[in-house]
Design a protein around this ligand. Structure first.
Ligand code: HEC
Length: 126
């Protein structure tokens, strides 16, 4: 019986806070700032995507032969299975060298207004 009393009083507290959360317009404010991710990537006029190029890009992304050690691929630091990151404080390169920066996710990077933490590249093509 006591357990039921505790549970029902907890429910009342939760319901009351639910009313307070309902008045919070965080979602409305967020919707004014953020837009949904577009369904299609932007077209690069000088280099339009084709199914063959997309397939080649996929192959190269996972190919460690692009590194001089033949051990590191893009996916080493931008692991698509981990959300496009390496879950390291800063990335590790050849010979276990620790770089100065954290690997940002590459997922949806095509929609970024600039690339890299300092925005030094305008887009993926630069
Ligand atoms: C040794 C780890 C490592 C490897 C391998 C690596 N990257 Fe990165 N990548 C990083 C780090 C660290 C940054 C951030 C650097 C900076 O901001 O100066 C980055 C940044 C990026 C960005 C910018 C993303 C953004 O949101 O600004 C893209 C795109 C990217 N890498 C693609 C690639 C591709 C494609 C490859 C393979 C050809 C690759 N990376 C290989 C560590 C790596």
């Amino acid at each position: 019986m006591m357990k039921i009393k505790i549970a029902s009083s907890t429910m009342i507290v939760l319901l009351m806070s639910g009313v307070a959360w309902g008045k919070d317009d965080t979602l409305g404010q967020a919707k004014a700032v953020f837009k949904p991710v577009p369904a299609k990537p932007p077209v690069l006029k000088s280099n339009p995507a084709t199914p063959d190029k997309v397939e080649l890009g996929k192959m190269l992304f996972f190919d460690p032969r692009l590194s001089s050690s033949n051990l590191i691929s893009c996916n080493t630091c931008h692991n698509v299975g981990l959300g496009g990151v390496d879950i390291q404080e800063t990335s590790i390169g050849h010979g276990w060298q620790k770089g100065p920066r954290n690997a940002p996710t590459v997922l949806n990077a095509v929609f970024n207004i600039a690339q890299f933490w300092d925005g030094r590249a305008e887009d993926l093509a630069v």
